[in-house]
Design a protein around this ligand. Structure first.
Ligand SMILES: [Zn+2]
Length: 383
């Protein structure tokens, strides 16, 4: 099943999709009233969207006089999208309606050791979700971490799953599953997840700052995800902040901001104190178990993270900066410290109107959000 390319230009249809995304099920009259579109225009556009499989009719809701009101909603019973996350430890496969609500049957498997095995496993798990005669599968998004060329869908440098480097999992899945598949960089997915499920439902200009492994920003500008020329926008972590004597970064450079301001930086600091090398999980675990013992390491990481927050505020002037880090799991009071330090470092007028929040979205929500938005075409071109 392929969606008509002309959908891209259909302003009315897109407007109605967005209304239903933000309001939930509506009657045609309500769509007309809220959108300002005439009743015949709404009727025509809804007809196209229903026949495309994006919308479905429902009469479950009663109006004020107790009569059933025929409402339209994003397809949930007749159509779905599939989200796939390829991660270091596990691969996750799940499906959801176009409203983002998860269907039953999440499959989580240990990530196989070879790329071919990953593909075979994913095809098997996806087929289990797709092979349902009553349900159209409109698209699939596969989330991978690291550098991804969004134009070609090729993974370039994945720190978590290096066997995907140089591979195009979306194209390979599309060939085998025969549904439209696209890749979404994990960071961009996390940014989209906040819009659909998390802190940014009502926002069009915000930054998702992900400090869980490296340090990256997913940037939403006027409701469109900032992808950059190659789809690699947001590699904020490789800005040099310690030009002399900085620590070696995974990118080959020294003194990058992610070497001081990320969860892996915290693990490194604690490892230095203990005289051994720690994984991120071990570092977070130790800091969570003994936050007072590792207060200095926690505070240094939080203060560096605050500089990153302040920099994103100065550069992007967002309505909100949403921070994804396990630092706050170790010591929740560090969130206030980050906010206070960021406020003292960012430009006053920019930070005055900017919310700083903890992220709520997950990687699998990112994959689902990307799949939904690919299908409904509400994000930037080229995803
Ligand atoms: Zn770097």
């Amino acid at each position: 099943m392929t969606l008509r390319p002309s959908l891209v230009g259909r302003f009315n249809e897109r407007q109605i999709l967005r209304l239903l995304q933000s309001h939930g099920p509506l009657s045609r009259a309500e769509v007309s009233r809220i959108s300002g579109l005439s009743a015949p225009t709404v009727s025509k556009a809804v007809g196209v969207l229903v026949s495309s499989g994006l919308l479905e009719e429902t009469d479950v809701t009663e109006n004020q006089r107790g009569r059933p009101a025929n409402k339209i909603r994003l397809a949930t019973e007749t159509a779905q999208v599939v989200g796939v996350v390829i991660d270091r430890e596990h691969c996750t496969v799940l499906s959801a309606g176009l409203d983002g609500r998860l269907n039953n049957g999440v499959a989580k498997v240990v990530t196989p050791q070879s790329y071919d095995e990953i593909l075979t496993t994913l095809v098997e798990k996806c087929s289990g979700l797709i092979d349902r005669p009553e349900m159209k599968t409109l698209g699939l998004a596969v989330s991978i971490s690291g550098l991804v060329d969004s134009r070609s869908g090729t993974a370039i440098l994945s720190p978590n799953v290096p066997i995907t480097n140089g591979r195009s999992p979306a194209a390979d899945l599309q060939e085998r599953l025969n549904i439209p598949c696209q890749v979404v960089q994990e960071l961009h997915g996390l940014c989209l997840a906040e819009k659909m499920f998390g802190r940014a439902k009502d926002l069009n200009d915000y930054v998702l700052l992900d400090a869980e492994v490296g340090l990256g920003v997913g940037v939403m500008l006027r409701g469109k995800l900032l992808l950059g020329h190659n789809g690699m926008a947001g590699e904020f972590g490789h800005i040099t902040i310690v030009p002399e004597g900085g620590r070696q970064c995974g990118c080959g450079n020294r003194g990058c901001i992610e070497t001081v301001a990320s969860d892996s930086a915290l693990a490194w600091r604690i490892g230095q104190t203990l005289g051994r090398t720690l994984s991120i999980d071990d570092g977070i675990h130790l800091a969570t178990a003994e936050p007072i013992r590792f207060a200095r390491e926690l505070a240094e990481t939080a203060d560096a993270l605050a500089l990153a927050v302040a920099a994103t505020v100065n550069v992007f002037d967002p309505e909100a900066v949403i921070i994804n880090t396990r630092l706050f799991d170790a010591d929740s009071s560090l969130f206030d410290r980050v906010v206070a330090t960021a406020k003292s470092r960012a430009l006053g007028p920019s930070i005055a109107g900017c919310r700083i929040e903890r992220a709520l979205g997950t990687k699998w929500q990112g994959a689902i959000a990307a799949a939904v938005l690919n299908v409904t075409d509400a994000v930037a071109d080229g995803m």
